[in-house]
Design a protein around this ligand. Structure first.
Ligand code: NAD
Ligand code: TYD
Length: 332
């Protein structure tokens, strides 16, 4: 798998290395600003876990791992994942999300990979009005450089299925939240700002809607798609849990006992998608997957995790967590 030191990859590995002691998990991650090896200290010494510091943009470097390890399957999480960063620096999104995926697909064919899962996003479908849901047949209509790069990657996966018969599947999930999410994303950012009594920056009128899913439910869904999904299929994954950003922010303030006066409406994100909402009936009907954590439980757990792991996010804010890696990455 790729991107195991990021938010979702970390949660996936921490769950799956335990759940499948007979499977070997090989984590390829270049450790950008978003990758944090400290997340994985709990499994670092496990017999069924290995990691490589590998850049998926670098085909030769990537091929070294394919040559060395007898890989059976690829689950591809690694990506540049933050929409705001894609607005200021789109190029790296094309390099990592598109070229990186293309490299993995080419090598997966060359080395006879028997199963490939592309971890994608509902953002490839674009934006919804007040009604309706994304289904897997909804046309791709990305609006941000991030979603454009993820949609492009999805199209290359599809082309590999159709042209080369690669056994590949795509998952498209809604917004995740939970432990280990980098503190630039909405929920962790609002938690640490509230704890610090800093203004909480809400873009525009705060009425944009996201469909929030607890990260462990996403990981279980990917695992089920990987093990039982139909080759070539796309699976939407969602929490059936739509909230406006303002609702989320107010809830966080309430749980932390902080004043709503901290809310600060700021200039809107350019091209800000209004609403995402997933119809996840395919994965529910075909694979029996359903979210198991309600939002009220998940958000409490998440806030508790950030309260109990203050060192984790403070080291990120100060840049201590991976100074060396961050510097080498930015100097490339
Ligand atoms: P993240 O930004 O937290 O982590 C990304 C990881 O990929 C990091 O460990 C980083 O070091 C690694 N990486 C980045 N560029 C790399 C490269 N060139 N080579 C090797 N590794 C590289 O992202 P996340 O939130 O964990 O998202 C994981 C995947 O899930 C992404 O593909 C994302 O598009 C998708 N997704 C995320 C969400 C969400 O809400 N976070 C929702 C749906 C889908
Ligand atoms: P984000 O966590 O960046 O996820 P995405 O853009 O991929 O959905 O943002 C979630 C929502 O929160 C999105 O509508 C933008 C909004 N937002 C804010 O209002 N303020 C912030 O500081 C951030 C980071 C996001």
């Amino acid at each position: 798998m790729t991107g195991g030191a990021g938010f979702i990859g970390t949660n996936f590995l921490l769950l799956m290395v335990d759940k499948y002691p007979k499977d070997r998990f090989i984590n390829l991650d270049v450790l950008t600003y978003a990758g944090n090896l400290k997340n994985l200290t709990g499994i670092q010494e496990r017999d069924n876990y290995t990691s490589y510091r590998t850049d998926i943009r670098d085909r030769e470097m990537l091929e070294q791992v394919f040559k060395r390890e007898d890989l059976e399957a690829v689950i591809h999480f690694a990506a540049e994942s933050h929409v705001d960063r894609s607005i200021t620096n789109p190029t790296v999104f094309a390099e990592t999300n598109v070229i990186g995926t293309l490299n993995l697909l080419d090598l997966s064919r060359k080395y006879g990979i028997s199963r490939y899962v592309q971890v994608s996003t509902d953002e490839v479908y674009g934006s919804l009005g007040p009604e309706g849901y994304f289904v897997e047949e909804t046309p791709l209509n990305p609006n941000s450089p991030y979603s454009a790069s993820k949609a492009s990657a999805d199209l290359f996966v599809r082309a590999n299925v159709e042209t080369f018969g690669l056994n590949a599947l795509i998952t498209r999930c809604s917004n995740n939240y939970g432990p280990y999410q980098f503190p630039e994303k909405l929920i962790p950012l609002m938690i640490w700002h509230a704890l610090e009594d800093k203004p909480l920056p809400v873009y525009g009128d705060g009425l944009n809607v996201r469909d929030w899913l607890y990260v462990k439910d996403h990981c279980e869904a990917i695992d089920q798609v990987f093990r039982a999904g139909k080759a070539g299929e796309v699976y939407n994954i969602g929490g059936n849990n739509e909230r406006t950003n303002l609702e989320i922010v107010k809830l966080i303030l309430k749980i932390l006992g902080k004043s709503e006066d901290l809310i600060n409406f700021v200039t809107d994100r350019p091209g800000h998608d209004q609403r995402y909402a997933i119809d996840a009936s395919r994965i529910r009907k075909q694979l029996g997957w359903e979210p198991s954590t309600s939002f009220s439980v998940g958000i409490e757990k998440t806030i508790k995790w950030y309260l109990e792991h203050e060192i984790w996010w403070r080291e990120i804010l100060s840049g201590e967590y991976n100074q060396y890696y961050a510097e080498t990455y930015h100097n490339r």
